[in-house]
Ligand binder design. Structure first.
Ligand SMILES: Nc1ncnc2c1ncn2[C@@H]1O[C@H](COP(=O)(O)OP(=O)(O)OP(=O)(O)O)[C@@H](O)[C@H]1O
Length: 632
């Protein structure tokens, strides 16, 4: 007989409507299954995917503004801690409605990722047993692994949620990390709980600017940790707020807002504050007789002021920026295109980069220099910016007074400056014809002779060139020497336009971290940006994000922080077949917006979204006329 695991037995009891044998499931899960069954949910049915209208999401976001600002900063940090493991971090309101998500792009594209969106409701009645819904109901951290989810269709997920609670014990919101079941990591649960605790502490600072904030713990080395009790207290010694560890440490005492310092601690409030304000650590006893050490974390201000996001103590936000390398290259096509780089640079093959403006040609050239490990300098020459008559002298140098306007002391030239390094010839299509011959001669011999000089110098450089023009066309028009073209383009790498890059989300995330380390950008904001056309490519995205950072005053970028150009694209409508279903229509409008952004290119849309061309076609079929390329 086949051996059945505890979970198999529990699920089979669930499906047959029988009692769940004791001990097979965590108690919270068994109770939740029972409630779901009692309200008639069928575990094998498709869960109700209720998504509330955006106006409601916006209202909720406004109500929870302070919480959201802190939470998004923490979510961004969590994102950087667990990045690369196929997961999503969501902020929910107290009822389990999703307000914002930040996710790994792989998860965002999965069916679950597309279901956990702002406005989606994850309460038990809608989605059966799940971490967000259960944490909302139980008011405590909950992890639901795989088949513990009530609905069989959620069995591939693992979710961990922790409530964010104020000092009255009210649940203010929920933090959730969801991932593919096989990718789950034990420490994620701990990280989520820590992040929730960090937000709770942040809220105390944010909401009590006039109070002293005191940290206490029986052991000094814990005063700086999340285990420390935090106590916000007025100048008169009245407690304004306490965090959860504080309540736990003072168990049995009236540890709540409204109590007086002396109800909790055996010591004079004024004298204790004096010690603390002198930078000291106060060693006192609580009223139950336990010794604690206490320090002051905030001196209350006399008048209230608005705390800006930066004054709220948020844990090591700059780490997020440090983690990210400068060069993002997760686009599959681009990765393939650069797969041969190490061999090419080992053989010192000239590499030619093509791509529209702002697609990252110069950064790629720098990356090539890095890959080559060459010890010399990276020297960039903007070929379009040097006057024709000076080109050869600038590149190869000149002797003293070799020509009118020659620098008095002469110059070794840019090519020699790149000796043992990389010479990057940007805008190479603009090299004057006469200079092309000199360049070709140099590439053949790797020898440089300065204008007016007698001697040649052998140099050792890696050549990288770039242009956003079509060199082949220039060759055909005889504006560029064909032999030079072939010499330069031993290996050609084409940088894709931003609109078709499959790693768009990572590029956006990265740019935000470069511009403002630790600042969160939500999935919804990235989805809107992704739908836009980007003629200026990554450079244009960078300035759009810069503007969003200025507009989004909360220290994060969400949909509202984006400019009108981004919002307009959001209104792309779904196809007639999808219009009735909120989730389907959201996905469909995304497909249609990207289709528009890529100028009706079905392959590019499919590639960017990881869909088949047939699927894309289904959603855009009535958008005639399709381009040649656009036929499925
Ligand atoms: N792969 C990438 N990852 C992260 N940032 C990038 C990437 N590629 C480019 N950028 C950023 O985009 C901006 C434009 O890049 P870059 O100057 O390299 O483009 P370009 O193609 O050389 O532009 P142009 O043709 O106009 O000279 C820069 O701020 C750069 O740091």
């Amino acid at each position: 007989m086949q051996h059945l695991s505890g979970m198999d037995r529990a699920r089979s009891a669930l499906e047959r409507g029988e009692r769940f044998p004791a001990g097979l499931l965590p108690e919270l899960v068994a109770e939740s299954w029972q409630r779901c069954r009692d309200i008639g949910l069928d575990p094998n049915a498709t869960p109700r995917e209720e998504v509330l209208p955006f106006a409601q999401v916006r209202r909720k976001r406004e109500e929870t503004e302070g919480l959201r600002r802190l939470a998004l900063a923490e979510m961004q940090l969590l994102y950087s801690q667990i990045a690369g493991s196929n997961f999503m971090i969501a902020l929910g309101d107290a009822s389990g409605m999703v307000l914002d998500t930040i996710s790994d792009p792989v998860f965002a594209e999965s069916a679950a990722g597309r279901a956990i969106i702002p406005g989606s409701r994850w309460d038990e009645r809608n989605r059966g047993t799940n971490a967000l819904g259960l944490a909302a109901m139980a008011g405590q951290p909950v992890a639901i692994y795989g088949r513990e989810h009530y609905f069989a269709s959620h069995a591939h997920l693992s979710c961990m949620a922790a409530p964010i609670v104020d000092s009255h014990g009210r649940v203010l919101g929920l933090l959730d990390a969801s991932c593919a079941n096989e990718a789950r990591q034990q420490h994620t649960h701990v990280l989520v709980r820590m992040a929730a605790a960090q937000i709770e502490n942040g809220l105390i600072f944010q909401e009590c600017p006039e109070s002293f904030i005191l940290a206490f713990h029986p052991r000094g080395e814990y005063l700086d940790t999340l285990s420390a009790g935090l106590l916000a207290i007025s100048r008169d010694g009245v407690v304004a707020a306490l965090n959860r560890p504080g309540i736990a440490l003072l168990a049995g005492l009236p540890a709540a807002a409204g109590s007086h310092f002396q109800d909790l601690f055996d010591g004079d409030f004024g004298r204790t504050i004096d010690t603390l304000l002198n930078g000291g650590v106060a060693a006192i006893r609580d009223q139950a007789g336990s010794a604690v050490l206490m320090v002051c974390r905030q001196i209350g201000q006399r008048r209230p002021r608005l705390l800006s996001a930066t004054t709220v103590p948020v844990r090591g936000v700059s780490q997020a920026g440090a983690r990210t390398p400068d060069f993002i290259c997760e686009d599959e096509g681009l990765r393939q295109a650069i797969a041969d780089l190490p061999e090419a640079v080992a053989m010192q093959m000239p590499i030619h980069l093509t791509g529209e403006t702002g697609t990252g040609k110069e950064l790629m050239a720098r990356h090539i220099h890095e890959v080559s490990g060459r010890e010399g300098a990276f020297v960039a020459v903007n070929c379009g910016a040097i006057a024709e008559q000076l080109f050869v002298a600038e590149l190869f140098g000149h002797e003293r007074g070799a020509f009118t306007n020659a620098r008095h002391e002469g110059s070794a030239g840019l090519a020699r400056a790149a000796h043992k390094g990389t010479l990057f010839l940007d805008e190479v299509a603009d090299i004057p014809l006469a200079a092309q011959t000199a360049l070709l001669r140099f590439l053949d011999s790797m020898e440089v002779r300065a204008v007016g000089g007698q001697h040649s110098h052998k140099i050792d450089v890696q050549i990288v060139s770039a242009t956003n023009r079509d060199l082949r066309e220039l060759v055909a028009a005889r504006a560029f020497r064909s032999d030079l073209f072939y010499r330069l383009a031993a290996l050609t790498i084409a940088l894709p336009p931003l609109a078709v890059r499959t790693d768009f989300a990572l590029v956006a995330q990265h740019l935000v971290q470069k511009l403002a380390p630790g600042t969160a950008i939500t999935d919804a904001a990235i989805a809107l940006l992704r739908r836009r056309a980007w003629p200026g490519n990554i450079r244009e995205l960078r300035s759009a994000l810069q503007k969003a950072l200025i507009r989004g005053k909360g220290g994060f970028i969400d949909e509202a922080a984006l400019d009108d150009a981004s919002q307009e694209r959001a209104s792309a409508t779904a196809c007639p077949a999808c219009r009735q279903n909120p989730l389907a229509s959201r996905r469909c409008s995304e497909i249609r917006a990207i289709f528009a952004a890529t100028e009706g290119n079905i392959s590019a849309t499919a590639r960017q979204l990881g869909l088949s061309r047939t699927t894309v076609y289904k959603h855009v079929a009535e958008e005639r006329p399709l381009r040649e390329e656009g036929r499925p």
